[in-house]
Design a protein around this ligand. Sequence first.
Ligand code: GTP
Ligand code: MG
Length: 448
Amino acid sequence: MYPVPVAGVRELLVTSGSTMAAVEVARQMSEGARNLSLSGHVGFDSMPDQLVNKSVCQGFCFNILCVGETGLGKSTLMDTLFNTRFEGDPAAHNQPGVHIKSNNYELQESNVRLKLSIVNSVGFGDQINKEESYKSIVEFIDAQFEAYLQEELKIKRTLHNYHDSRIHVCLYFIAPTGHSLKSLDLVTMKKLDSKVNIVPIIAKADSISKNELQKFKIKIMSELVSNGVQIYQFPTDDETVAEINGTMNAHLPFAVVGSTEEIKIGNKMMKARQYPWGTVQVENENHCDFVKLREMLIRVNMEDLREQTHARHYELYRRCKLEEMGFKDTDPDNKPFSLQETYEAKRNEFLGELQKKEEEMRQMFVMRVKEKESELKEAEKELHDKFDRLKKLHQDEKKKLEDKKKSLDDEINAFKQRKTAAELLQSQAQQSGSQQTLKRDKERKNFF
Ligand code: GTP
Ligand code: MG
């Protein structure tokens, strides 16, 4: 209880007239709190009941992400965990990549309503190149954080009835190889560990012997530690659950068996898997850790998982995102940063960058134009040169032709002259020839 009356605070705020003063008053108030004893029942001890009633009325929401190779028993485990049959077809092994499938359900137990989202990584581990397998999972988790952040940043917020899709827990299904973690497991868990509470589980634990299982668990934990993968630790700070949570932390990763088949054992129907050599009872703690998982995940730590998601993982996302946007808590002089100042500084920075970019683009444009201009000039010069060359070639050819024509004309003239002379000679020869014939004819006539 604070002894300072509210009216007093308001007075102080008004007279100080600044946010800084208000912060200082609040600090003094919290530091100066005195313990007083009550002389009668007031009623604020009903606060926990009020909270419970409000929560029951609002209902709860829990979002589970199942990451694991195709066919590892993810859907069966979910059905077993919530004692129902969620619809969902088995995935094919030939997916080109990993994609995320989210299904929402509304469950009710007694008068408590639970909005449950089960998110599946479809096609995980099925590709030859698994380098990018984690990407779509990380993007999905970030997208849910982003949606929440956008809602928080809205002027008109409706966070009280906002459907929170942030992932509260990631059940990471490890194949029961008995050897060690695959590099795909390590890489994926490493990429996810700062974004979500990871609870690793060994799937289909009925296919591995008891001794091998213990060694496998130790191996997995040592590999996680040596690779710096942070998995979710059940909290031990609340003394009501510290003991059980501490014990359960030592059992991680839980080795689980799932089954929706009910078999009569003694006079009780139990979930089990039946084999020619015997029966594995899902809820028998000597057979597997299913009960431990259900206890830890749903009955003891569901609220802590939700809280960690908000206070740790979302907070980290929000901090990085706001820092990226230029928001800080303090300025270089260690004074609180005002939102207005940050906004204006960011706006000015943005406008400055915009101007710089504009100038850069303008210069680039001018440079491009100049480049184009010089290219065109070069091309024009080349064309001129080519034209000149062709023109010269043409003139040379023309001259050559003219010379040839002239020599041909000369030849023709000489030929004509020779022809005329020859014709003359020929006609002279013909004339003298005919005169001689006449003479010979005359002589022959005279003879006869
Ligand atoms: P996809 O959604 O296709 O990736 O598969 P899934 O991981 O959801 O596996 P699903 O639950 O469909 O189970 C695949 C097969 O494994 C089914 O035949 C199940 O009966 C069987 N199965 C599930 N859980 C277990 C288990 O704990 N042990 C054994 N041995 N088999 C199991
Ligand atoms: Mg499935």
